[in-house]
Design a protein around this ligand. Structure first.
Ligand code: SDX
Length: 423
């Protein structure tokens, strides 16, 4: 037998040898020896929920690969749309495949007029754009009657293409609504990131073309945020997808999970934290507060998997310098650098293996590019849609069972109803 473990139930003395396969042991084998004894693992700290071939992480070594390709190479050589194709199809596209893919995405960027005029415009004037995006993605499920044909390859491909293509349009529409600006239609002559920036910033000029340095920087940020194996939002995608819900509803659930400040909302929380700190002199006292528990956590630090520097944060830090060349330096950068310098030399953070994660520097770039804070989780959701959909496709192809974990019941034993008059 290959590598294995043996477990013994001390109540019966029975033992069972279980093989270690792909770094895991099958819970189904445990259950043969331990029927009705569940593995208690809140937060899934030590649980593999699936087998996947999409993304590989090594938290100790700080490695991230999409379909085997190192993130550093993809960030330097590729584009978001090419990476989306890779995540979804498992291989990099050849020239004709890539041209067809780009054409499909480009010609699916429009949203139904009723999505904007009757749905998005129905929100309150100060609605948070991420709340609007989560809702609008779910609403899309009502516009495509074939969305539920999830085992029809052609329909599935159409929904996947629509979702990836329309996320920037929905995102920009939510922003324009929140600032009282008119909706900007997609410009099919621009690339993915350039079209998004046009829909975000175009005013009265006949055509908006962003600075190519900013367009490229945003496209690389989209690459870095495209997937990250079984993170909270992707797990939500897989749980909802396992019920065979349509991909729009599953993507809305994933976006809702991403909205949380512990996850995709962290980049917004980082800027609020840096602004709260305010000056370089206040960095050390703030960190003391974090350590004593009197302050919030260090936003943008720590990670369930990375116990070393998040490889994405290293790349983002380099992009920041290029962006600031164009936009001017974000004054909060010096506070961020000081925070990192102090934290990485402090045993509290070292002992807990807390390093900057993908969110620590990304917000500085978004802010310097003019995005309002409330758009930061939206900027995370746009590219992560490719990863969510790649995992959704994978779970369907694996014929995964419906996600339905067990529990350890710690509530009351049976008891009889007490009439109101006797309570
Ligand atoms: C993302 O999973 C992914 O891949 C996510 C993501 C992706 O691409 O999808 O990488 C994107 O979500 C990045 C993370 C963004 N979130 C933040 O930056 C928010 C701040 N970080 C933390 O809340 C926290 O680090 C988490 C949520 C990211 C991870 O939490 P864990 O793994 O459950 O760790 P934990 O809460 O058990 O913390 C372990 C210890 C605790 O101390 P002790 O109780 O042992 O004394 O470390 C401490 C925590 O208090 N700790 C922190 C801290 N993060 C953990 N202390 C101060 N500041 C922090 N940021």
């Amino acid at each position: 037998m290959t590598e294995s473990i043996t477990i013994t139930d001390n109540r019966s003395g029975e033992s069972l040898e279980i093989p270690i396969v792909n770094g895991g042991v099958a819970a189904a084998d445990w259950s043969k020896l331990l029927p009705g004894v569940w593995f208690y693992d809140p937060g899934f700290m030590s649980t593999a929920a699936c087998e996947s071939s999409i993304t590989y992480l090594d938290g100790e070594a700080g490695i991230l690969r999409y379909r085997g390709y190192p993130i550093e190479q993809l960030a330097a050589e590729s584009t978001y749309l090419e990476v989306a194709y890779l995540l979804l199809n498992g291989e990099l596209p050849n020239a004709s495949e890539f041209d067809e893919w780009k054409h499909e995405i480009t010609y699916h960027t429009f949203i139904h007029e009723n999505v904007r005029k009757r749905f998005l415009d129905g929100f309150h004037y100060d609605a948070h754009p991420m709340g609007m995006l989560v809702s609008a993605v779910a609403a899309l499920s009502t516009f495509y009657s074939d969305a539920k044909d999830i085992f029809d390859e052609e329909s599935r491909h159409k929904q996947v293409t629509r979702l990836i293509a329309k996320m920037p349009t929905l995102a920009a529409a939510a922003h324009r609504f929140s600032v009282g600006m008119p909706f900007v239609y997609p410009d099919n002559s621009l690339d993915f990131a350039g079209n998004f920036l046009s829909m975000m910033w175009k005013v009265a000029e006949p055509r908006f073309e962003a600075d190519p340095v900013l367009t490229r920087a945003l496209d690389i940020l989209f690459i870095l945020h495209a997937d990250h194996e079984q993170n909270c939002s992707t797990s939500a995608m897989r749980v909802v997808g396992s019920s065979h819900s349509d991909p729009y509803s599953a993507t809305a659930a994933a976006a809702a999970a991403l909205y949380g400040p512990r996850h995709g909302g962290a980049n917004e929380a980082v800027i609020r934290m840096l602004s709260e700190i305010g000056t370089l002199d206040d960095v050390a006292p703030f960190i003391a507060g974090v350590k004593s528990g009197s302050h919030q956590r260090l936003q943008g630090f720590g990670h369930r998997v990375y116990k070393s520097y998040d490889p994405r944060a290293k790349i983002i830090k380099k992009i920041a310098d290029e962006v600031f060349e164009v936009t001017g330096k974000n004054p909060l950068l010096d506070i961020a650098l000081k925070l990192e310098e102090i934290a990485l030399s402090d045993d509290y953070f070292i002992s807990r293996k807390l390093y900057p994660n993908v969110d620590f520097y990304s917000g500085l770039i978004y802010q310097a590019m003019g995005f309002p804070l409330s758009m930061f989780p939206v900027l995370f959701a746009i590219p992560r849609t490719a990863g969510w959909l790649a995992h959704w496709q994978e779970l369907l192809d694996q014929d995964s069972r419906i996600a339905r974990p067990r529990q350890l019941y710690i509530g009351h034993d049976v008891r009889n109803y007490v009439p109101l008059g006797s309570r």
